[in-house]
Design a protein around this ligand. Structure first.
Ligand code: 5GP
Length: 183
């Protein structure tokens, strides 16, 4: 059976994703210039597709790096415990950093990353998040560039997983309830 049969509904279509990501890119092009030479930090694994599409719209010189933060595992809610699984290769002292996140939910992960980065003395730090679930926020975190605000539902696709699967789905969707019993 195809993995696409596990999807109950499409929340954001491929076309809507691409159109909004192009807009986010244009917005960022008005904020940054070559001289800023920002470092875009992709938070793995969920943000890899967003990062790849977003950077194709950027016209200013920039560099990229990756950081992996502990995920939910098989659960659909955060344990509240955040760990760095892969750290930056780049020294960010004096750099203009843009954190590229898939989704801000409770805010725990982003709050952790922001506080961690602050100790490394970057010049500026801004956040680009494809999705935000404002109703779930427990920590007030600043998000400078937001793609879409979504309701309190567990979503997957476009880089985001459930139990490490479904990242290849080219849109944002919600799984059928029975999938959570099966996988
Ligand atoms: P927070 O720490 O803000 O509660 O959660 C942030 C992280 O949890 C995101 O970077 C993402 O990896 C994961 N996450 C939060 N909500 C969802 C969701 O609806 N679907 C998926 N696949 N991951 C989520």
């Amino acid at each position: 059976m195809s993995l696409f049969n596990d999807i109950e509904k499409v929340l954001i279509t491929t076309d809507d994703l691409q159109a909004r990501i192009a807009e986010l890119g244009q917005e960022m092009n008005t904020v940054y210039s070559d001289d800023d030479l920002p470092l875009l930090v992709c938070i793995l694994k969920g943000a890899y597709m967003f990062m790849a599409d977003l950077t194709r719209h950027l016209t200013f010189r920039h560099e990229i790096d990756f950081m992996e933060i502990s995920s939910y595992g098989k659960s659909t809610t955060s344990s509240g415990v955040v760990r760095i699984l892969l750290d930056l290769e780049t020294n960010i002292v004096g750099r203009n950093v843009i954190i590229v996140e898939d989704i801000v939910d409770s805010g725990t992960t982003l709050d952790y990353i922001l506080r961690n980065f602050a100790t490394r003395n970057p010049a500026t730090v801004r956040v680009a998040a494809l999705l935000s679930k404002p109703s779930r926020r427990r920590i007030d975190v600043p998000v400078d560039f937001v793609g879409f605000e979504i309701p309190d539902e567990f979503v997957m696709g476009y880089g985001m997983d459930y139990a490490e699967q479904y990242r290849n789905v080219p849109y944002i969707g919600v799984l059928k309830p029975e999938v959570y019993q099966r996988i």
